[in-house]
Design a protein around this ligand. Structure first.
Ligand code: IPE
Ligand code: IPE
Ligand code: MG
Length: 246
């Protein structure tokens, strides 16, 4: 699909961030254990990755497991770890063929070693790919990110008077990416849940009631269309002549 640009439309988003929420409720609606919702969620992610490539999105950042998701029952947590491990071995070659560069953001310390190794392999195997960067936030929290960046800046010996937003940004987990243009949350909740707190200062938010496993190309296009209707001012004012009456 290609976008026809008119004077009033802004460009499509270069970077989309998604809170993939609603897997558990999707399974519950079908009288299935929550695990099956997560499994269907992986399939939805593969579809959305392809859809983003087709729409020339440069970076897609997805929230797969939050710093707080350890609070869930241990069988759900271990089921998720196993599912992610299986997904890496099942889809890595396909992602490579699609030109996807995989990057993992989050605290790897508490993640099982098998999964850490799989992440490293996935990153190394796809490092040269250029069509889409897929940032998978796993054991990630926006507050963790800010704290780990401060810690790294201190360890690097950055003097206090030299620490500013740009300098701290060099230590953030998403230092390789422009800030997200569009933030999508599925599942009906209207909150950030500790996702990219630092990076979403001027991101456009779209909330969808759709449960993540049901999220389709059409839903993605609706979110992009809503984004393209927005007037992004970044704290400034519109250019003279572009102001419309309310
Ligand atoms: C999001 O779906 C996936 C993870 C947090 C891993 P949920 O598991 O939160 O699904 P709901 O919100 O309970 O439906
Ligand atoms: C956010 O969803 C985390 C992920 C989607 C991975 P949650 O389901 O954990 O968020 P809350 O608990 O509704 O805020
Ligand atoms: Mg949820």
């Amino acid at each position: 699909m290609t976008f026809e640009m008119t004077d009033t439309q802004v460009a499509p988003p270069r970077h989309i961030a998604i809170v993939m929420d609603g897997n558990g409720r999707w399974a519950k609606k079908r009288f299935l254990p929550r695990f099956f919702g997560h499994k269907a969620g992986v399939d939805a992610l593969v579809r959305v990755v392809q859809a983003c490539i087709d729409r020339q999105v440069e970076q897609l950042t997805v929230f797969a497991f939050s710093s707080e998701n350890w609070k869930r029952p241990s069988d759900e947590v271990s089921g998720l770890m196993g599912l992610v491990l299986a997904a890496v071995s099942r889809y890595l070659a396909r992602m490579g063929a699609m030109g996807v560069q995989i990057r993992i953001i989050g605290d790897r310390e508490a993640v099982p070693e098998k999964l850490r190794k799989a992440w490293n392999e996935a990153e190394q195997a796809t490092a040269h790919n250029q069509r889409l960067i897929l940032n998978v936030a796993f054991n990630y929290g926006g507050r963790w990110d800010i704290v780990q960046a401060c810690r790294k800046a201190i360890e690097a010996g950055v003097p206090a008077q030299e620490l500013n937003e740009a300098r701290l940004g060099e230590f953030m987990a998403m230092r390789h990416a422009p800030d997200p243009d569009l933030f999508i949350r599925t599942g009906g909740e209207v909150r950030i849940s500790n996702f990219l707190l630092w990076q979403v200062a001027y991101t456009e938010f779209v909330f969808s009631d759709c449960l993540w496993p049901d999220f389709s190309e059409a839903d993605l296009d609706r979110a992009i269309a809503a984004f393209q209707e927005r007037d992004r001012r970044f704290g400034g004012v519109k250019a003279a002549g572009a102001v419309s009456a309310c």
